[in-house]
Design a protein around this ligand. Structure first.
Ligand SMILES: Cc1ncc(COP(=O)(O)O)c(C=O)c1O
Length: 365
């Protein structure tokens, strides 16, 4: 028998979530963000499924973009961090990539390369202070890009620091700063919205939205799950029970003996661990399901195994029973919360060890 750990990825759910994103901002086109291996869901499989419908894709770096082209993806692909070295501009032209640009070095290297680029997304630093030019410099960059004669269109882009917190005024301030820059440039398309902004903020009409986490059915907001937002969670991580034992009240379990049975109960050992991407910092009590019933983590996470118990002490888990670590009725956001992190991190840290199974509409809910 093969190791039973399986990541089932519902590609139709991702397509539906992409459509949902576009419905939230119906005047905009959408860059499907598939960086970091499509947030752990498999960039090639996800992009192949969306390719006919997506307006464009976005990745972090040219290596990710080339992988997609080599897999047959034909839609435009934006490099969200632009080029890291000047010779990448030639590759951008060759493969038809679009690129973000945020400094003079990238601009000079573009000119030196003589590469022709369909769209350059000029990054404006509207307050996050991570990447981008300020609003006083932005018009000069736009002019310089146009004067190269190498760029088809310049789009003005920014990124929000706090869009996931609807009570925080930073997003309003960033939007105001962005609009000032835009007005001083004149006629230019905008790209400002990540998932949180797409769902909760009023963003400029037209231009490009950039949905990432919402495509995978995961919430960008701390207090609400993807499902509650109307999204369809795309990944189910599941495995099976590979061993069971009867514990007596007071028995201790696992590395550091980090769990102590509060009463007599059956403990189950399951095939998944931090070597697969399950978070090592998940606490005792982290939710999961055994045969559809509530269960929880009982003991420290090992590299290849976890120990778990039924929520109801009197229920008895058995060898070979199915276990869902996240997906379905176990929100990944809740698991992340028990591990002191966010859903983004859990899925992007998935490794290649699980068996990845792709659903293409046949078993979508
Ligand atoms: C520039 C940029 N745009 C869009 C996204 C997508 O963000 P989210 O996954 O929150 O939708 C990211 C993700 O980090 C990003 O860096």
């Amino acid at each position: 028998m093969a190791r039973p750990l399986t990541a089932t990825v519902d590609l139709e759910a991702i397509l539906q979530n992409y459509r949902y994103a576009k419905k939230q901002q119906p005047t905009c086109k959408a860059l499907a963000v598939v960086k970091s291996n499509a947030y752990g869901h498999g960039a090639v499989e996800v992009s192949r499924y969306l390719d006919k419908e997506a307006d464009a894709f976005a990745v972090a770096a040219i290596e990710e973009a080339i992988t997609l082209r080599e897999a047959g993806i034909v839609s435009p692909i934006l490099l969200l961090e632009g080029v890291f070295e000047g010779d990448e501009w030639g590759l951008c032209e060759k493969h038809g990539f679009w690129a973000a640009l945020e400094n003079t070095q990238q601009l000079n290297e573009l000119v030196a390369s003589q590469a022709k680029i369909d769209k350059v997304f000029l990054k404006l630093d509207s307050g996050m202070h991570r990447l981008g030019v300020d609003k006083e410099t932005a018009p000069t960059f736009v002019r310089a890009l146009k004067e190269t004669g190498q760029v088809g269109e310049v789009v003005l882009m920014t990124h929000f620091a706090c869009a996931d917190d609807v009570s925080d005024l930073t997003t309003i301030q960033q939007l105001a700063y962005f609009e000032q820059a835009r007005q001083s440039i004149g006629d230019i398309d905008a790209s400002v919205a990540n998932s949180a902004a797409i769902m909760k903020w009023s963003v400029p009409e037209g231009g490009w939205i950039r949905p990432g986490i919402m495509l995978y059915g995961i919430s960008p907001f701390a207090e609400v799950s993807g499902r509650a937002l109307g999204l369809r969670p795309a990944m189910t991580l599941s495995t099976k029970i590979i061993s069971t034992r009867q514990l007596k009240k007071g028995d201790k379990v696992g590395y550091g003996l980090g769990y102590m049975a509060a009463e007599d109960h059956v403990l189950a050992t399951i095939a998944v661990g931090y070597g697969d991407g399950y978070p090592r910092h998940a606490q005792n009590g982290t939710p999961l399901q055994i045969n559809g019933q509530p269960a929880c983590l009982a003991g420290r996470v090992s590299m290849d195994m976890l120990t778990v118990r039924m929520q109801d002490y009197s229920a008895v888990p058995a060898m070979g029973e199915d276990v869902v670590l996240w997906g379905g009725d176990v929100p990944v956001e809740e698991v992340a919360d028990h591990a002191g992190t966010i859903g983004y991190e859990l899925v992007t840290r998935m490794t290649s060890r699980p068996y990845y199974r792709y659903l293409r509409g046949e078993a979508s809910q």
